[in-house]
Write a protein that binds this ligand. Structure first.
Ligand SMILES: C[S@@+](CC[C@H](N)C(=O)[O-])C[C@H]1O[C@@H](n2cnc3c(N)ncnc32)[C@H](O)[C@@H]1O
Length: 274
């Protein structure tokens, strides 16, 4: 019998348009297939129970970007192995983790087993959240969901729907300026080689053309427009600086580029009180 399963070997990579349906769907399979490798590489730095906002090492325990979460009901979207939610629960917060990838949630369950915790885990695309309207006080993600969808307006709309009036929405993404530079942590990553304004996604494809991975670019103005269009009030943008003595390289992030360029953008917003 011939093997009829799709060949997922990487055959091409680059910045190119692909059908939105394929691009948005690719994330689930890619994160399923790569969950363990990702955690083998970054798990120590992420910690089993910690809310790390970015490769710069900014942690919620010091930054308090979510505001006061005492007594709050909190939702994490694109939670990966749910380290942020697990940390919040350890702080006594009623928090729930969601992710589109069953592989990442299985890794979350393994972390629960290893740490003796029980984190509520729900498999869900951030563009279609299985929760009632206005049932959370805070929603957040650290690099989850938004970079991997062609239609982030759907994520913002869903977050606005499940947040109560006055509720807060905080997310971190790759700093948009990085799009203009090669994804290289060394000196080669300091020279702009692409247009910051080129919105074509970075795509990896198999030989038959099907999309294995897609990552989407939004300019700073795009992110602000997305948030405002969804009805949020923008509270602030945070551009974490690379701390002196922090030597850890994470993909294209590291001390060489961190000394000169922002690597992360954190957006803080809230639903207007009714
Ligand atoms: C870079 S990880 C971030 C997770 C975690 N904060 C961390 O730092 O490891 C990106 C996560 O976004 C998830 N993701 C991608 N597309 C998604 C979508 N449409 N809805 C929900 N989660 C999504 C992936 O499955 C993955 O777990």
């Amino acid at each position: 019998m011939p093997d009829e399963s799709p060949d997922d070997a990487l055959a091409a990579a680059g910045y190119r348009e692909v059908p939105d349906t394929q691009g948005g769907r690719a994330a689930r399979g890619w994160w399923d297939a790569n969950a363990q490798d990702y955690l083998d590489e970054h798990g120590d730095f992420l910690g089993p129970a910690d809310l790390l906002w970015c490769p710069e090492g900014l942690r919620e325990s010091q930054a308090r970007l979510l505001g006061d979460v005492r007594g709050a009901r909190v939702l994490e979207v694109g939670a990966g192995a749910a380290q942020g939610t697990r940390w919040l629960r350890g702080e006594g917060v009623d928090a729930v983790a969601t992710d589109v990838s069953g592989g990442m949630l299985a890794a979350a369950a393994r972390l629960d087993a290893a740490t003796g915790t029980r984190t509520p885990l729900v498999q869900a695309d951030a563009r279609a959240l299985p929760f009632a309207d206005a049932c959370f006080d805070v929603v957040f993600t650290a690099f989850g969901a938004l970079p991997f969808v062609p239609d982030p307006d759907r994520v913002h709309a869903e977050v606005a729907r499940v947040l109560r009036p006055g509720g807060r929405w905080v997310f971190s993404v790759t700093h948009p300026v990085r799009w203009a530079f090669p994804d290289d942590p060394g000196p080669a990553g300091l020279t702009a080689t692409r247009s910051y304004f080129d919105r074509r996604p970075y795509v990896e494809q198999a030989a038959d053309g099907h999309v294995l991975y897609a990552e989407y670019h939004r300019t700073v103005a795009d992110h602000v427009a997305d948030v405002v269009t969804a009805g949020f009030v923008l509270d602030g943008l945070v551009e974490p600086e690379w701390p002196a003595g922090h030597d850890r390289v994470w993909g294209g992030w590291g001390p060489v580029r961190g000394a000169r360029l922002p690597g992360t953008l954190v957006v803080r917003a809230h639903r207007p009180p009714s």
